[in-house]
Design a protein. Structure first.
Length: 322
């Protein structure tokens, strides 16, 4: 780390390359995210050569530039921008404990960042879809969990807390995910809180409590077709295809042209009654489904319907994995 900081100083003051200096300092941060020295060097670089540095970093989307800009947001007191920027960096490289940065746990940051911005930062971490459910990741994200705890207690905005809960859930820290939902409940009922709670119970494998939470969400937003489908899918997992069909039909009353609802309805009716016509409907809709994994699940359910023609079942199964 000392070598990287020294090289950055040479680049900044002798080599005339502020952006190159930032790159070396970010390497130092990546090797020891909690060390204060690279951040002190960044602050000094910005103080001494601010105009050149801002010009060099403008429009630069490399990880080193974005991380540097995030710290500069903190120095400027723009805590929301700092949080969201760190979320983007962490989403790109979750293998580095960027949240261990001294400024991320600083009282000025934790008292200044909004719940909405921290929630957005969590979503940016999750956007690339990395697998975060491991003990190593839970340790790496401990500073994030601390920030979520502090900010959610200071500013319990229900919908933001529901969004925040997605990060600890993805990391397998279900206790914190539930705690954020409970904290949101203390402010007032929210459909998003119940959806977050349902998805956390689902991650825990408790379908009964998953269904109960989705039912509460549906009570709060009865015209939401997606909630009808979410609950229908849970009922299908429980083997209650009659309930699944009824729930899909309820969603179709609100959004009759939604292809995912129509496909789910065809699949669940096929499983329930062994209807070849419903399986043909599913086959015709399958290419339009945006989620191939969900398409394959629906086809698997449908093909278990009793008495279906073998050729039709083979045709349906041939669509899986494509």
């Amino acid at each position: 780390m000392t070598t990287a900081v020294s090289l950055a100083a040479v680049l900044a003051h002798c080599g005339g390359s502020p952006a190159g200096a930032v790159e070396w300092l970010v390497r130092a941060i990546a090797s020891a995210p909690s060390a204060p020295e690279p951040y002190a060097a960044l602050a000094e670089l910005r103080r001494d050569r601010r105009a050149e540095l801002e010009s060099a970093l403008q429009g630069d989307s490399t990880l080193s530039a974005v991380l540097g800009q995030g710290y500069f947001f903190f120095l400027d007191g723009a805590m929301d921008d700092a949080a969201m920027t760190l979320g983007s960096v962490t989403g790109a490289r979750p293998d580095v404990a960027w949240g261990a940065a001294p400024w991320f746990g600083d009282a000025r940051f934790l008292s200044g960042v909004s719940a909405e911005a921290l929630a957005e930062a969590c979503l940016r971490v999750l956007d690339p879809g990395h697998d975060l459910d491991s003990e190593e990741m839970r340790q790496r994200f401990a500073p994030w969990f601390h920030a979520l705890d502090v900010v959610s207690e200071r500013s319990p905005v229900p919908d933001s807390l529901a969004a925040m809960s997605r990060l600890p859930r993805a990391c397998g820290h279900h206790e914190l995910a539930f705690a954020l939902c409970d904290r949101a409940d203390a402010v007032g009922p929210s459909m998003w809180t119940e959806v977050a709670r349902a998805n956390t119970w689902r991650a825990r494998g408790d379908l009964g409590r998953t269904a109960a939470a989705f039912e509460r969400a549906l009570t709060l937003d009865p015209a939401n077709w997606s909630l009808h489908l979410d609950l229908a899918d849970v009922r299908a997992e429980q083997g209650d295809f009659a309930a699944a069909v009824a729930l899909v039909d309820g969603g179709l009353r609100h959004e009759p042209h939604e292809v995912t609802l129509r496909a789910a309805g065809a699949a669940y009716r096929t499983r329930l009654s062994g209807s070849p016509e419903d399986l043909r409907t599913l086959i015709s809709l399958a290419p339009e489904l945006p989620n191939p994994g969900y398409r394959d699940v629906l086809i698997a359910y449908a093909c278990e319907g009793a008495g279906l023609p073998g050729g039709l079942v083979r045709e349906a199964r041939s669509l899986c994995g494509s």
